[in-house]
Design a protein around this ligand. Structure first.
Ligand SMILES: Cc1cc2nc3c(=O)[nH]c(=O)nc-3n(C[C@H](O)[C@H](O)[C@H](O)COP(=O)(O)OP(=O)(O)OC[C@H]3O[C@@H](n4cnc5c(N)ncnc54)[C@H](O)[C@@H]3O)c2cc1C
Length: 590
């Protein structure tokens, strides 16, 4: 009966018939249909008693309303429940007592109005840090004890937590955001690995040495070669590790700066990030290390001997508290969304758009600095050449890798499309418009699935002829026509006489033709916390800080001055696993 009532009410909300209810708050709406117990489990509501992770709350939503897949309105062009983010929580958007939030609009600008949009504005629970509350929590007894605390539940953190747990440690994985995934769940292109069965099946001849040399060359030889060697040597076992959890990384393609196809991704060219994050979310739950969401670590604690002693956490509902731990893994990601840090470390990029998740705020770097960690290449920030102009949507490198050409606003090519990101970005920024067009045809449209996503978002211009595409985009028709015909000729001859592009998998000749306007945006922070090959964080005298480990985008050294596409996801898996294993061994005294 209750389910029927709820179904009716939801149907009314969706058709707009419940407009009166939409002016209240979601909690009142539910209270009319079963009281506070619908969400709180009991009508005796104890303030702040909801666990920070809100898992039970979210379970009660899906118990009544069904899965996102069921809720997705497939007839609608844009439907939040059918989003590409995977299994994010209902409470990411729907809030009981305050104004709801369309979380997609952290990156997009959808006009959808949510039910109860007129509810009172929410006060952000994690705005700033209450210094007094931190001191109080520090002085108090720990609320919990763990062998290993992992900070941040992107791919790095989930890989580290699973590894540490499997190594026998008692692990707590803390995540500040309302859902896990960080930048990892935005990764579109793929995961670079050498020596996989996928490469062998395609007859691709590749070696760890070639992977290392490509990565070093891409990073202008400023990378830490020992870290890069580990990345290459353990990249294939990282793929197998993910596959053992159910991941599909069966396709292999080329990314910029790589001499062979070594970028692995799911079948049909689907985005790699949301897929592996969903796999890791499910596995971390199975292994008993599901991230504790809405739990921001604000301080790392050390004892008198400068050994790790634990962390101070700020929980959304439970406030500030201490967790005692022997080892901490920093997996907090980069600082691409922290404009203050960009202004300090890379002032020339200040104000530039960013492809990053809102979670990339550099917390880990600041906390590590506070306990004397040293930094490697902290000022090296990568601009991705192809972020949708005036947006935060990344147009994946795959689009160029699969065959698109890049032209200026006249319609002329100006660079080898497969060069490294820093060079491509610099070349675009030298164009008078500081932007460029990616041009491709229907062959690419059907080959690279993600392109349909850009089309879905209304980012593509489409025409039946190259001339019409030029008219539609303001390019010069004769220039674009010559560019396309030259490129097709170079491709047939197997030699790009204009810019030396080595790989030209597709011609541009089958209508309809497409173009998407792009410009560089902050994409990756290559520098960060200094680590050694055991993922131990180093102090300013290059000595490991006992008990502190780090991996993924929060670290520096793996990518040098410029990261190759596909190497960051590999980094999160390879060094995430290493950090987890070494932290567990340290904590367990092995
Ligand atoms: C749009 C886009 C596309 C990309 N595509 C690719 C690709 O195809 N291939 C590739 O190799 N790389 C790609 N990258 C780069 C790659 O995705 C990231 O570098 C990598 O996933 C970072 O993983 P991470 O686990 O280190 O950090 P993240 O995934 O960012 O995770 C960090 C987590 O830590 C949490 N956190 C931060 N501070 C705290 C705190 N104080 N307390 C608790 N939690 C905290 C954050 O909320 C976040 O969930 C892409 C990046 C972007 C933005």
């Amino acid at each position: 009966m209750k389910k029927q009532l709820i179904a009716l009410a939801v149907a009314a909300l969706m058709t707009g018939a419940a407009s009166a209810a939409q002016t209240g708050v979601l909690a009142n709406f539910h209270s009319a249909m079963g009281g506070c117990a619908v969400c709180h489990g009991t009508d005796k509501v104890v303030p702040n008693a909801i666990p920070d992770d809100e898992y039970a709350l979210n379970k009660s939503c899906t118990n009544c309303h069904g899965s996102y897949d069921k809720l997705a309105n497939k007839s609608k062009k844009i439907d939040p429940h059918g989003s590409h983010l995977g299994n994010v929580n209902c409470t990411s958007c729907h809030t009981a007592h305050v104004k709801p939030k369309l979380v997609c609009n952290d990156c997009h600008t959808f006009p959808n109005k949510m039910p109860f949009a007129d509810a009172p504005e929410a006060k952000k629970w994690d705005d700033g840090i209450d210094a007094e509350a931190v001191l109080k929590a520090e002085a108090a007894a720990p609320r919990e004890t763990a062998d290993v605390v992992v900070i941040g539940a992107g791919s790095t953190g989930m890989n580290a937590a699973i590894s540490a747990k499997r190594a026998g440690a008692n692990v707590l994985l803390l995540e500040k955001h309302v859902f896990s995934g960080g930048n990892s769940m935005l990764a579109a292109g793929g995961y670079n690995a050498v020596g996989t069965k996928q490469q062998k099946a395609k007859g691709i001849k590749d070696t760890p040495e070639a992977y290392v040399e490509d990565t070093m060359k891409g990073g202008r030889f400023k990378n830490d070669r020992e870290l890069v060697k580990i990345l290459a040597e353990e990249s294939a076992s990282g793929v197998e590790w993910l596959e053992s959890m159910g991941a599909d990384l069966s396709e292999v393609k080329r990314s910029g700066g790589a001499r062979v196809d070594r970028t692995h991704r799911p079948t049909g060219g689907k985005s790699v990030g949301p897929h592996i994050v969903d796999v890791l979310r499910a596995q971390s739950e199975k292994d008993g290390v599901a991230p504790r969401l809405n739990s921001r670590v604000v301080k790392i604690l050390t004892d008198d001997n400068h050994r790790i002693a634990g962390v101070i956490v700020h929980g959304k509902h439970t406030g500030y508290y201490k967790v005692a731990a022997k080892a901490v893994v920093l997996a907090t990601g980069g600082y691409g969304m922290n404009q203050d840090m960009i202004a300090v470390y890379r002032p020339t990029f200040k104000g530039m758009t960013s492809s990053n998740n809102v979670t990339s705020t550099g917390d880990g770097i600041k906390m590590a600095l506070n306990i004397g960690a040293s930094m490697t290449d902290i000022d090296w920030v990568q601009a991705h050449p192809t972020v949708g102009k005036d947006s935060r949507i990344l147009i994946s490198e795959t689009v160029r890798g699969v065959g698109a050409i890049m032209v200026n606003t006249d319609g002329a090519r100006f660079i080898n499309e497969l060069t490294t990101r820093d060079r491509a970005s610099d070349a675009i920024l030298k164009q008078p418009s500081r932007s460029a067009w990616l041009v491709f045809d229907s062959q690419l449209y059907s080959k690279a699935k993600m392109v349909r996503g850009y089309d879905h978002l209304g980012m593509l211009k489409k025409a039946d002829t190259v001339e019409d595409l030029a008219k539609l985009t303001g390019m010069k028709a004769d220039v674009l026509a010559k560019t396309v015909s030259d490129y097709n000729r170079f491709r047939s001859a197997g030699k790009d006489e204009a810019f030396g592009r080595a790989d030209m998998p597709l011609s541009v000749e089958k209508a309809p033709f497409y173009a998407v306007m792009v410009a560089p945006g902050i994409h990756h922070t290559m520098g960060g916390v200094a680590i050694n090959t055991m993922s131990q964080v180093l102090d300013i005298q290059s000595r490991p800080i006992p008990g502190l480990y780090a991996a993924g985008e929060v670290t520096g050294g793996v990518h040098g001055f410029n990261r190759l596409g596909g190497n960051a996801v590999a980094d999160t898996v390879v060094f995430g696993r290493r950090a987890g294993e070494h932290a567990a061994a340290f904590a367990l005294g092995k």
